[in-house]
Design a binder for this molecule. Structure first.
Ligand code: AR6
Length: 179
């Protein structure tokens, strides 16, 4: 684990389902009904309560649009909440993918504040099944989070949880360079 930004940003390599933050973020899809990757891991480890809460949200508002976020219980996970956000599928960069990915981070953080969340952990949204280039995604994630933290005092800590070495190294390089 490495700390940056006066301790407000933490970088961890590992499994987000194990993180004891107020909220962990899920890289979901528009259906909110689960899938592979980190979404599958979160639903598996958190249990049926999370899916039930997602179904209830769907029944109210329908699909969750790309770039938007919703919040549920974290079921059996050590976190209190799961914030489900839908990253963009990478299509070469001409379909507003970069803006949509930034929206995921900003909307998740805003929802966190609305729910009095002080510590929040993010996976590397869109960089798996949705094929967003890892280097671009890391830069956008860090820039969005830093911008948000500058303007919102109530979040104590943002944890970036990288699952693979490549993303961990990219985050480390960018965060170190900007210290
Ligand atoms: N903890 C932290 N990060 C993880 C974990 C984990 N347990 N497992 C995977 N990752 P992906 P996407 C990393 O594919 O690209 C699902 O089917 C993974 O290495 O989970 O946004 C959804 O339902 C990668 O760096 O999400 C959607 O249909 C990152 O999490 C679709 O995949 C994101 O990879 C979303 O695709």
């Amino acid at each position: 684990m490495v700390r940056y930004n006066d301790g407000k940003i933490e970088l961890i390599k590992g499994d987000i389902t194990k993180i004891e933050a107020d909220a962990i973020v899920n890289a979901a899809n528009t259906s909110l009904l689960g899938g592979g990757g980190v979404d599958g891991a979160i639903h598996r480890a958190g249990g049926k309560e999370i899916l039930d809460a997602c179904v209830a949200i769907r029944n109210k508002q329908g699909n969750c649009k790309t770039g938007e976020a919703v919040i549920t219980t974290a079921g059996k996970l050590p976190a209190k909440f799961v914030i489900h956000t839908v990253g963009p599928v990478w299509n070469g960069g001409k379909k507003k993918e970069e803006q949509l990915l930034q929206n995921c981070y900003i909307n998740s953080l805003q929802l966190a504040i609305d729910n009095h969340v002080k510590t929040i952990a993010f996976p590397n949204i869109s960089t798996g099944i949705y094929r967003f280039p890892k280097d671009k995604a890391a830069s956008l994630a860090i820039a969005s989070v830093k911008y948000f933290l500058k303007n919102h005092e109530s979040i104590d800590k943002v944890i970036f949880v990288c699952f693979d070495d490549e993303s961990f190294d990219l985050y480390q390089q960018i965060l170190k360079f900007e210290e």
